[in-house]
Ligand binder design. Structure first.
Ligand code: ADP
Length: 444
């Protein structure tokens, strides 16, 4: 399977254990953004995973919403794919438990990322050890009949995807007839040229190592970080090998071919110091994210919109995971009773999704109404028996006779009383309303 396998569902997660950095961007996010408009995609902010290291509730919440802001600012379109918080899809932890019961402890202990983190002084809690299986659940739970699973990640995740394939095969073998495996074996999508982006200290750039260059950093802070990149001590006038230098490894990510060649030639010629290269890199980073930086500032003023996107994404994800979990439960022999908690929560999620679609749609209608020259009204019908209500825009002004006598903010629409949630009046309408108000005042 390759990135051209358009039938595959794209699945990927990112930890809110700190602020996103350019390793995350080039290793994963850029591929996420490219793919999400081309094929079905689920992207999640893995806050359960972040709990393996983060011990500050306020920070975890802030980082989680920040990741969503970053995605939107960098071009994620919520109409095209789902972006959500992992903790809003509780079925993932249920599947993780089932998969853990199929995983030998010795496999987990061989985890490179686990061993690396412990070597860096991160406490070896059981969450850190079992992390790859929660990740496997995160991926496998979005399986769809007849589709593969494609996981765009950096090279550090290669072993985890192998563990996911392994546990998927174990599940199929233990619980499915040979010709009817439930889970496909996911394929990683790892781009060689951005497989491991180095941090300012030369190790893999990672939130866990405190060696990052943040995507949305700017000004003095960004300058301080870039100027702090560790290099060797070759004197300015001497020739240097660009391929052996950390700063050049980062320049390569941002510069076009001509610029890259020009800088590489300057390294080789001598008389070009690391300070020059760092200044070049600073300019490249600043320009590369300039537009996204502006968009992020605007989005930061609309926290409700960001929360709505996450809510809507979670509803889409839950619709899929509930379906998959029903199949998993059946295969492994977990009894699901009618009207049990799992079934009721499915209905609750459906209503939540309807609510968030309504909220988004009303935002669009408000903008539409604002632009109109003529008057109009946005109305919302009462909820029907299934708990769903509709929203629409009526193009003409409403005759006073249609205004409900009970509430000034409601009117009769096709024989039903609807709530007015937005109004653009014309002058006669406004003056008629004012007259009526004045008369009411006199009468009272
Ligand atoms: P971090 O190590 O910073 O906590 P995550 O574990 O949240 O990063 O990884 C999110 C995605 O970003 C993963 O797909 C991972 O492979 C990718 N990624 C993280 N760091 C790098 C890096 N330095 N180079 C390339 N890709 C990376």
């Amino acid at each position: 399977m390759t990135s051209t396998d358009t039938a595959a569902t794209v699945v990927s997660g990112i930890q809110p254990s700190g602020t996103l950095h350019i390793g995350n961007y080039f290793g994963a996010l850029r591929q996420h953004l490219r793919l999400h408009t081309q094929q079905e995609a689920f992207y999640f902010i893995v806050n359960y995973h972040a709990l393996t290291t983060v011990r500050d509730a306020e920070a975890l919440e802030r980082y989680s919403l920040d990741v969503a802001l970053d995605y939107l600012a960098l071009g994620f379109n919520p109409d095209e794919a789902a972006l959500f918080l992992q903790s809003d899809v509780p079925a993932v932890t249920e599947l993780a438990w089932i998969l853990l019961c199929l995983t030998p402890v010795s496999h987990l202990e061989k985890g490179v990322s686990y061993k690396d983190k412990v070597a860096q002084g991160i406490p070896a809690n059981a969450g850190l050890l079992t992390y790859p299986i929660l990740q496997a659940a995160d991926i496998l739970i979005y399986r769809k009949e007849g589709a593969g699973l494609l996981v765009p990640v950096g090279k550090d995740q290669k072993q985890h995807i192998e563990m996911t394939r392994d546990v998927a095969a174990r599940f199929n073998q233990a619980f499915c007839p040979e010709e009817e495996p439930l889970f496909p074996l996911p394929e990683p999508l790892i781009l060689d040229d951005v497989a491991v982006v180095p941090g300012v200290d030369g190790r893999k750039m990672s939130k866990s190592y405190g060696n990052t260059i943040e995507i949305f950093d700017e000004g003095k802070r960004l300058k301080k970080t870039v100027m702090g990149i560790i290099t060797d001590s070759t004197p300015l006038e001497e020739p240097k090998d660009p391929e052996a230098d950390n700063v050049f490894a980062l320049i390569k990510l941002f510069a076009d071919d001509a610029k890259r060649e020009e800088i590489a030639a300057a390294y080789r010629a001598g008389g070009y110091g690391y300070g020059h290269a760092k200044k070049e890199l600073l300019g490249l980073i600043t320009d590369y994210f300039a537009e996204a930086r502006e968009r992020r500032k605007n989005l930061a003023e609309r926290p409700d919109f960001v929360r709505d996107v996450l809510r809507d994404g979670a509803a889409r994800a839950n619709a899929r995971t509930n379906e998959v979990m029903a199949a998993v439960r059946e295969r492994v022999g977990l009894v699901t009773l009618k009207n049990s908690y799992a079934q009721l929560s499915r209905r609750h999620q459906m209503l939540q999704r309807a609510h968030s679609i309504l909220k988004r749609r009303s935002g669009q209608l408000f903008q539409e109404l604002e632009k109109r020259k003529s008057p109009g009204v946005i109305y919302q019908t009462p909820t029907d028996v299934t708990g769903i209500s509709r929203i629409g825009i009526q193009k003409k002004s409403i005759p006073i006779s249609k205004l409900s006598p009970i509430r000034k903010d409601s009117y009769i629409n096709k024989g039903r009383q609807s709530k007015i949630i937005g109004l653009k009046r014309n002058r006669p309408y406004t003056s008629a309303l004012n007259e009526r108000r004045a008369k009411n005042k006199e009468d009272s």
